[in-house]
Design a protein around this ligand. Sequence first.
Ligand code: FES
Ligand code: FES
Length: 155
Amino acid sequence: MTLTFTLNGRKMSQEISPDESLLSVLRRCGCYSVRSGCDTSNCGICTVWVDGHAILSCSYPAPRAEGRSVTTMEGVRDEAQDLMTFLAEEGADQCGFCSPGFIMSVLAMLRELKDPTVDEMEQYLSGNLCRCTGYNSQHRAIVKLLEKRRDEHHV
Ligand code: FES
Ligand code: FES
């Protein structure tokens, strides 16, 4: 079957199998930031956005993306720049395998919650696993990002 959707702002048509996951299609389209950590909806590494909402692409049937707008980290590099800088400064980007999914979740959280509390942040990101950092450095990076945004917006 043919899947027609928008990927990072560009119209795409791809031949897919009806039982294929969105993750598999996105990698075939060259979005190699989208990775599989578990393939069972347990690690958050495959997180992308569909119509602006964070979803797990390993368990999202590709046919459901028909006519929708899909965003991967390749499509939000500018928006992610500050977060990537703070993650690097805090040593929160170790093997880096979890980073694209984590970044997509953090950016989705900031769009949704604007200025989350630490509790809200921990709850929102609880599905994004990282076997390297112990999470503290990731959280410090987000706190720094929130401080920068508050300064910029004079909150
Ligand atoms: S690969 Fe999708 S949640 Fe782990
Ligand atoms: S930095 Fe290695 S899994 Fe998160």
